[in-house]
Each structure stands twice: as C-alpha cells, then as structure tokens.
Design a protein around this ligand. Structure first.
Ligand SMILES: Cc1ncc(COP(=O)(O)O)c(C=O)c1O
Length: 398
C-alpha cells in the first residue's frame, strides 16, 4: 500500500523552502562563512551576497537597494516600523491609525504603545474585511504620525486598496506602513507608485527560509532603531547578518515575483473550484472575505454549528493540513478578531476553516478535500447539541 498523500493547505502559515533557494543558501553556510563586517576575502564574499540580495528585494518592490533593511522576519519588521516611527516622531504627535484586522505583530505593538502614551485608532472594516478610505481620512488628526494598514489579510485573504489608502496618508503628510507579509508573491507591488513609506515582508511566506525578513524604509523617513548594537544595515539594525537566510530571501523574492502571473492563475482556479464545491454541497456555510479582492490561494468558510478545532483534527486524521485562523492564535479559544470585525458572531466565527493553497497543491488534492469535507461537517453537526436544537426548533432548513 502506498503512503497516504499529505495535503498541505496552510501556505499562509508557512511554506516549504524551494530547492533553488536552498541551493543558493548552502554555500553561505559551508564555504562563505565570513563575517561581512571583516576585511578579508571570505568576508567580502558574504558582503557581496548581502548586497546582491538587497538588490533583488529592491527590484521586487520598486525600491532603491539602500531602502531595504534585513530583519528576522515579519514580526520584527512590523515592530520596527511602528515603534521606530512612534519614538522618532513623538514631538510631532502621538496618534497612530491602524485597523481592527491586523496581525498581532501590529496589534500587540500598538497595544504596547498605548501604555507608552500613544493614542491608537483601530479602523473598522466592512463585511468583506475592507477598510473604507473615507474612514481613514476622517480619522487623521493633527497629531497623527503614522498609518499602518495590512496589504492582504492572513486569515480571510482580503486585499486592501493600498494605493488609495497610501495616497490619503501622503496627502496629510502622515507616514504610511503596510504589512505585506501575505501579499508578496501574490500581488505585484511598487512602493513608489503605491505611496508606501514602509513595508514589511517575511521570506517563509513565499518559499524562502524562516527567520528572515525585510523592512523597506523610504529614504527620508524619520525612524528610531529597534535593535541597538553594531553598525550593520547602514547603522540601523544591529546584529551579525543571517547571510544564508538573506541570500535565500533574495532568491525567493526574485522567483516569487517572476512567477506571480502563472502562480496566481493556477492557484486561483483550484481555489475557486474548492470554494464552489464546498459552498454548493455543504449547507449553512458562508464565505469569509471579499469574493474577488482576495489572495488567490485563500479559502475561508464558516460552517454553522461546528467547532473549527474539531474539524481540523478530523481533517488532520486524513492528512489534510488546514487552520482555523492565524497559526499564532490557534490553541486559544478566543474567536478570530478578524472574523468578529467582519461582523460574524463568536459562534459562527468558531466554525471557520482556512485553507491556503500553494504550489504543491494539485487538482487531485481539491478532489480529496471536496470528497472529505461534507462528511466531516455533517458528522460534527450530528454531534452538536446546538445543531439538533436548531433542527428541532425549525430554525434550520435541512
Ligand atoms: C500578516 C502577517 N504579518 C506578520 C506576520 C509575522 O511574520 P513572521 O512569522 O515572519 O514573524 C505574519 C505571519 O503569520 C502575517 O501573516
């Protein structure tokens, strides 16, 4: 008997690292191990590799290489952008605007700043997870120093109208940061044309290694350092560079950007079939996120009268890896703050399933999920007292 195929549909949590990326990294773990801050030959090799990766990231974003700073990932980039601007611009104002649906790397940073005397506005979103640019404009005051709005949401996949939002921030001379961790490799980005002053990204979301990311900081932005120490990264981010990781990030972003059209077409078609199939065959299910303005691989559906965590365990049992919200919050019993912000009740939010497709998925994977999912939902409903009560009360159309 053959091995059961693992169906990995959690690419928003992390991706595997592509072979070409690993191959590019290996020499910087083995041969070229020199510290780029040293003066001898092997150190110069490391320095050259970092410069090349910086140019690759800059090219992917439409930035200048000198505007790209390597970090340990999306969380550090978000922390740096927000705390760095907050502390460097305190005299100008203490007001920051973000949204209710950000990743915790942004939300918890903002909560921390509230304790430091900053005022934060958390903009609402509509039922699809979209921020209304008019709400942003209304929220800006004389004390506003920063707007931070994610490019694409990690749970429901909604893509925000970043260019318009950035234009509003620019018009009011307020810095604009976007957490583009989920967008890279899915959406073409041009920081200059899109009015973006700072942008966070993380390699492990686009087939690069974990523990490495970057922050784009437009030339001239007033920002305090987050990590103090040595003179690395143009004296702005201390610490001996993660050279192999940085090389991997450079290679991964180059591949991911070049592959956007083909990757999107393939993944969107599979995701659409999965969505259609699930919504047609499973009653009392609803799509979360925007129907069109969403990441190509994102499927997020709520099934009423279901515990999402139980659904994940059943799916895991047949080799399907999914998620209920963001990986960082799974294990907690709190319903997703993103789903609540779109207007879902805590009960319905609890019954949601996020499947995020990537380049390992096949049409056969979609067939398998569509064969298994209706049965899993139906069995869990049979075990749900709430479902039986709804049937008895005639509150359901079964
Ligand atoms: C939107 C978003 N921002 C930030 C992060 C954090 O990135 P990292 O895991 O590289 O710290 C994630 C990871 O899930 C994310 O999805």
């Amino acid at each position: 008997m053959g091995e059961k195929r693992l169906i990995y549909m959690d690419h928003a949590a992390t991706t595997y690292t592509k072979k070409e990326v690993v191959d590019a990294m290996v020499p910087y773990i083995t041969e070229h191990f020199g510290n780029p801050s040293s003066v001898y030959g092997i150190a110069r090799e490391s320095k050259k590799a970092i410069d090349a990766a910086r140019a690759q990231v800059a090219e992917a974003l439409g930035a200048e290489p000198g505007e790209v700073y390597f970090t340990s990932g999306g969380s550090e980039s978000d922390n740096w952008a927000i705390k760095g601007v907050a502390f460097a611009n305190r005299k100008r104002g203490n007001h920051i605007i973000t949204t209710q649906i950000e990743h915790h790397a942004v939300l918890h940073t903002c909560r921390f700043l509230e304790k430091e005397g900053f005022e934060i506005t958390y903009l609402p979103v509509d039922q699809y997870g979209l921020v209304d640019p008019k709400d942003l404009e209304k929220a800006i005051t004389e004390k506003t120093i920063l707007v931070s709005i994610m490019y694409a949401n990690n749970e429901i996949g909604t893509i925000e109208s970043i260019t318009d939002l950035g234009a509003i921030a620019r018009k009011h001379k307020v810095y604009f940061h976007t957490d583009a961790v989920q967008a890279i490799g899915n959406v073409p980005i041009d920081v200059k044309a899109q009015n973006i002053d700072m942008l966070s990204l993380s390699a492990h979301k686009f087939y690069g290694p974990k523990g490495v990311g970057a922050l784009y900081i437009k030339k001239g932005v007033r920002i305090e350092n987050l990590i103090h120490g040595g003179a690395q990264e143009q004296k702005r981010r201390a610490g001996t560079e993660n050279i192999a990781g940085i090389v991997g990030l450079g290679k991964a972003i180059e591949l991911a950007t070049a592959e956007i059209p083909a990757h999107n077409a393939k993944i969107r078609a599979m995701r659409d079939r999965l969505l259609r199939g699930a919504l047609e065959t499973i009653p009392h299910a609803r799509l979360n996120g925007h129907p069109e303005q969403r990441l190509p691989g994102n499927f997020n559906v709520s099934f009423e009268y279901i515990e999402g965590e139980s659904m994940l365990l059943w799916l895991d049992d047949v080799g399907i890896c999914g998620s209920t919200g963001s990986a960082c919050t799974s294990g907690s019993l709190e319903p997703s703050h993103v789903l609540l912000a779109t207007g879902l009740s805590p009960e319905v939010a609890h019954g949601s399933l996020r499947l995020t497709l990537g380049d390992v998925n096949t049409e056969q994977d979609i067939d398998t999920v569509l064969a298994v999912l209706p049965d899993v939902v139906s069995r869990l409903r049979q075990m749900s007292p709430l479902y039986h009560k709804a049937v008895k009360d005639g509150a359901l159309n079964v």
